[in-house]
Design a binder for this molecule. Structure first.
Ligand SMILES: *[C@@H]1O[C@H](CO)[C@@H](O)[C@H](O)[C@H]1NC(C)=O
Ligand SMILES: *[C@@H]1O[C@H](CO)[C@@H](O)[C@H](O)[C@H]1NC(C)=O
Ligand SMILES: *[C@@H]1O[C@H](CO)[C@@H](O)[C@H](O)[C@H]1NC(C)=O
Length: 710
């Protein structure tokens, strides 16, 4: 954008007028001529490109798109490809070549984070005198030929344990309290749980806090064993917290790395080993347990439901050795450079690494991203260029803790801070039936509008919106306080408006197991690939609107309304004597600032083609809309967890917190349980003020110059 020049030009013309009057007429004539020629040329190309609007053009390219998605998904899922292993290379080159073949400029970025792999493990059952009862299998029944990397927990430490087992249901806080009530201590024991108690790293941490020696997490009854990371304290490479682990191991990367033994690094790993096990293996252990009988509610979902919770009397012999390795990973990008504002980014991302074949997780998303690239490729050829830049990202090492995306965000933080408009994430695009979305609230309205334009994949003649509206509970949009996919760095660290979406109301049974295969997708997940198609169209249209709209389609009125709901809900979590008035007042102010910005945006939109000065003012307006989200960041990060900086929507420190917004307040509430009354009130009160001030900052940003009297 070069709209600054006329402002600079004006005074110099005025100054030299008396000298250059005759020349000026000539110049003016020439300029006019040039302008006419230029105009006729550009309007011609413009009329070619925009004969149909870009959303319409995008939607019109759906012929046999489902076949193309299905074809890509099959290719992506031929082999296992865990990050940092040799299998990853072919998926990387597949995605790169598909992006290139659509005519998109591509680039890739290498990082070398610390990853974690299994090197040896064993499990057996013993009599209390130590003699062997039976060896137990740690392999995955659904992977009989052991084609995959064996099931394990990334970043579980090595360890050897011979100890009695205790069954702790799902391993939630309430389950350990139930055991307390039964007089059963897990101290010194191997804790056995069923999956479903929230983040697996959290389950392990709770058991470790109570002195357990190791944790075994049992999978579903379908023969699958759920792999996954147990990293603690946030995403990203443990050795380069806050900066990018740039470079290649092979070529020798020059980057500061913390020592693995450093306290800051050790805090990221559980203190006790853990392992996922098959349901049949868990049943063999359960069968040997004595002690108090299983509580009635704990029996559901168990293969074997007689017997006790333990501990013992039989002993479990569990050994695990981990190999930590600095390994190479690669993020891949496809770029569509914006015509008017190349330095404003709409970022679409999905990860590429998978624990197994990854048909759902993540390649339902990858195949969808490639479909968008295909359509954008066609549109580029027909002359389309978006107003702003669109970047398609394929992240590596998400499964280890969102490492590829986090390193990239950390490396580019300042640029993203001033230039990133929005981050649109899709991880598992399809894991079943039913549309689901989570956003920062200024994106709600845009998302809803777009679902009205996309055909429902399952009901003939309906839109995604129609079905979503008639679903249980109507339209509900989640918020993004979880830290379970690649939006984490963008939102929680960089404060960039973000969105995440998928099809599938319930977690699919094959999650992170050998059952996550093309076969499942083709026979059960999405046989006609129409759900993939719906996600591709919603995702692509979101990108087009964000990239092309003159005024950014951000709605801060819905942000204010959402915050109002939050503050009402917060009332149930804090002492009634604590005033929430400061937040109420700040939200009221945000409402009025949002109204003001909206009205101003509408006016500016009408002046859209009235010259460079209007262009500048539109740009300034859009910057306010883009930057308002950054106001919710706290520069120095949350107390004790500096990487997380979003005061409203970071993940709470307590994995089981019921309060999933106003994170700094949620943290203060859970920490202050240990405090005396007066200190407790002060700690929570302080966080309430911090949140109120952050909301005020957002209003100021939205108001722009009106703040100083117009
Ligand atoms: C250990 O205990 C089991 C069961 O009580 C018994 O069958 C076995 O003979 C014992 N072994 C030794 C070496 O004492
Ligand atoms: C436990 O397993 C390890 C590894 O397989 C083995 O070396 C050790 O002897 C076993 N302990 C007992 C008491 O059998
Ligand atoms: C694509 O959709 C059509 C119906 O619209 C269906 O007949 C076809 O089988 C689908 N293709 C694939 C690969 O699922």
């Amino acid at each position: 954008m070069r709209s600054i020049s006329p402002l600079k030009l004006k005074p110099s013309i005025t100054r030299s007028r008396h000298l250059l009057l005759p020349f000026s007429f000539l110049l003016l004539f020439l300029l006019l001529l040039l302008y006419t020629v230029y105009n006729s040329l550009t309007s011609k190309t413009a009329s070619l490109a925009y004969a149909t609007s870009s959303p319409t053009l995008f939607l019109s390219l759906s012929t046999s798109a489902n076949a193309s998605i299905s074809h890509d998904l099959r290719s992506l899922t031929l082999r296992p490809h865990v990050a940092g292993t040799p299998g990853a290379a072919s998926t990387t080159s597949f995605v790169l070549s598909r992006l290139r073949s659509q005519g998109l400029p591509t680039f890739s970025r290498q990082y070398s984070p610390l990853l974690s792999f299994p090197s040896h493990s064993s499990l057996s059952l013993h009599h209390s005198n130590g003699s062997l009862i039976a060896p137990l299998s740690l392999s995955e029944p659904a992977d009989p030929n052991a084609i995959l990397l064996p099931p394990y927990h990334a970043y579980s430490p090595s360890g050897k344990t011979l100890a009695p087992a205790v069954y702790a249901n799902l391993g939630r806080e309430q389950d350990f309290q139930t055991l307390d009530g039964l007089g059963v201590r897990v101290n010194g024991c191997v804790v056995l749980v069923r999956k479903g108690g929230g983040y697996r790293g959290g389950v392990v941490a709770r058991a470790a806090e109570r002195g357990a020696k190791a944790v075994l997490i049992a999978g579903g009854s379908d023969g699958g064993v759920e792999r996954g990371t147990v990293i603690l304290g946030g995403p990203g490479d443990p050795l380069t917290p806050g900066w990018g682990a740039i470079g290649s191991v092979i070529q020798g990367s020059d980057v500061e790395r913390l020592q693995v033994a450093a306290e800051e690094v050790r805090r990221r790993f559980p203190t006790i080993p853990s392992m996922p096990v098959a349901a049949v293996t868990a049943a063999e252990i359960l069968r040997t347990l004595g002690g108090p009988p299983l509580p009635h509610k704990w029996k559901e979902g168990l293969v074997e439901s007689e017997g006790g919770v333990g501990p013992g009397p039989a002993l479990v012999n569990f050994t695990y050795s981990e190999e930590k390795r600095v390994a190479e990973i690669q993020d891949i990008f496809g770029m569509i450079r914006g015509r008017e504002e190349p330095d404003r980014y709409i970022i679409l991302g999905n990860h590429r690494d998978a624990w197994t074949y990854g048909a759902v997780d993540p390649h339902s998303g990858t195949a969808t991203l490639l479909e968008i690239a295909r359509r954008f490729g066609v549109m580029l050829q027909s002359g389309w260029r978006p107003r702003r830049t669109i970047i398609l990202c394929s992240w590596d090492a998400e499964e280890f803790g969102m490492i590829g995306s986090t390193e990239w965000v950390e490396e580019n933080l300042d640029n993203l801070h001033s230039k990133a408009v929005a981050y649109l994430n899709v991880d598992c695009a399809v894991q079943g039936v039913g549309f689901n979305a989570a956003t920062t609230p200024q994106l709600d309205k845009l998302l809803i509008d777009i679902t009205k334009k996309v055909k429902d994949p399952d009901v003939e003649g309906k839109t995604v919106y129609d079905t979503w509206l008639s679903a249980n509970g109507g339209i509900s949009i989640e918020r993004l306080s979880r830290a379970d996919s690649d939006f984490t760095g963008f939102l929680h660290h960089a404060g960039i408006p973000s969105l995440d979406m998928y099809y599938g109301n319930v977690e699919f049974a094959g999650y992170h197991t050998a059952l996550d295969s093309f076969h499942w997708m083709e026979t059960q997940g999405d046989p006609l690939f129409h759900r993939h198609l719906a996600i591709a169209e919603i995702w692509g249209l979101l990108a087009i609107r964000l990239a092309d709209d003159v005024i950014l389609p951000f709605d801060y009125q819905s942000y204010a309304s959402q915050l109002e709901e939050h503050v009402h809900a917060l009332r149930d979590f804090v002492d009634e004597k604590l005033s929430l008035e400061s937040i109420h007042a700040a939200i009221k102010d945000l409402h009025s600032a949002a109204n003001y910005a909206f009205t101003e945006g509408q006016k500016l939109e009408l002046q859209h083609s009235s010259g460079d000065y209007a262009t500048l003012r539109i740009r300034a307006m859009n910057d306010r809309l883009m930057l308002a989200e950054r106001s919710f960041l706290q520069e120095e990060g949350l107390d004790g967890r500096h990487w997380f900086r979003h005061l409203l929507y970071s993940p709470p420190e307590d994995y089981e917190s019921k309060l999933t917004f106003f994170t700094s307040i949620a943290d203060a509430i859970s920490r202050s349980k240990r405090y005396k009354e007066s200190k407790k009130r002060f700690a929570i009160c302080h966080q309430i003020w911090l949140v109120a001030r952050a909301i005020r900052r957002a209003s100021q940003v939205l108001r722009g110059e009106e703040l100083f009297g117009g």
